[in-house]
Design a protein around this ligand. Structure first.
Ligand SMILES: [Zn+2]
Length: 208
């Protein structure tokens, strides 16, 4: 693809180096020595690397939430899902703007700031479960419904009456064996931990 030398910048066009973010007056950046094509290539490679790191973090989060499922798992998963698509959308936007030689510095910083979030949340959930040294509570509840969803990340929930004030029901994550063995109306004993950082999580569910 032929490319004109970006020696002059009409209003609204990029005036910063895509690689290092320095103000740029000529095609070759004075700060890092890359020309605009090389800088664009460097930016795309960095976007790709960070996006891969972000996706791995989201997977780590799902793994942590499977190991130490919080009671509020569904709300947390929705939050992570929104964060996931927002971040990927931002990466696409940064790349598109870079291709059109528009300013990307501010968006890039927001994007870079979002990258470690799933890792931090995964670490938080792990710490919440691993370092939880208090004795678990056994809560008795009644199954009022069941919900299961297949796909790449299968989820099975028992909808049970809540033992917490201000909550009507709880959605307890269970494995397939437990899911199949419970029916509506059954009494279930839910083993719950308070969590190191105060995020209650479900250890297991049993028949009484
Ligand atoms: Zn530069």
């Amino acid at each position: 693809m032929p490319r004109e030398p970006a020696l002059e910048h009409p209003p609204g066009e990029m005036t910063r180096c895509l690689n290092c973010g320095a103000e740029r007056g000529a095609d070759v950046c004075e700060s890092c020595g890359l020309n605009s094509t090389a800088a664009e290539f460097a930016l795309r490679r960095r976007l790709l690397n960070r996006t891969a790191f972000f996706v791995l973090g989201a997977l780590a989060f799902v793994a942590a939430s499977n190991r130490y499922p919080p009671l509020e798992l569904d709300g947390i998963l929705i939050f992570i899902g929104v964060l996931f698509f927002l971040t990927l959308g931002l990466a696409i936007l940064v790349e598109r703007r870079a291709l059109r030689h528009l300013e990307v510095e501010a968006l890039k910083r927001v994007y870079y700031g979002l990258i470690p979030l799933p890792w931090l949340l995964a670490g938080l959930l792990l710490a919440n479960g691993v370092f939880d040294r208090e004795a678990p509570q056994i809560e008795e509840a009644r199954v009022v419904g069941k919900f299961s969803m297949g796909g790449a990340l299968p989820s099975r929930r028992l909808i049970v009456t809540s033992w917490r004030e201000g909550h009507r029901v709880e959605r307890v994550r269970v494995d397939r064996v437990n899911f199949d063995s419970f029916s509506r109306g059954d009494v279930v004993e839910v083993k719950v931990e308070g969590g190191l950082v105060g995020i209650p999580w479900v250890v297991d569910a049993f028949h009484r």
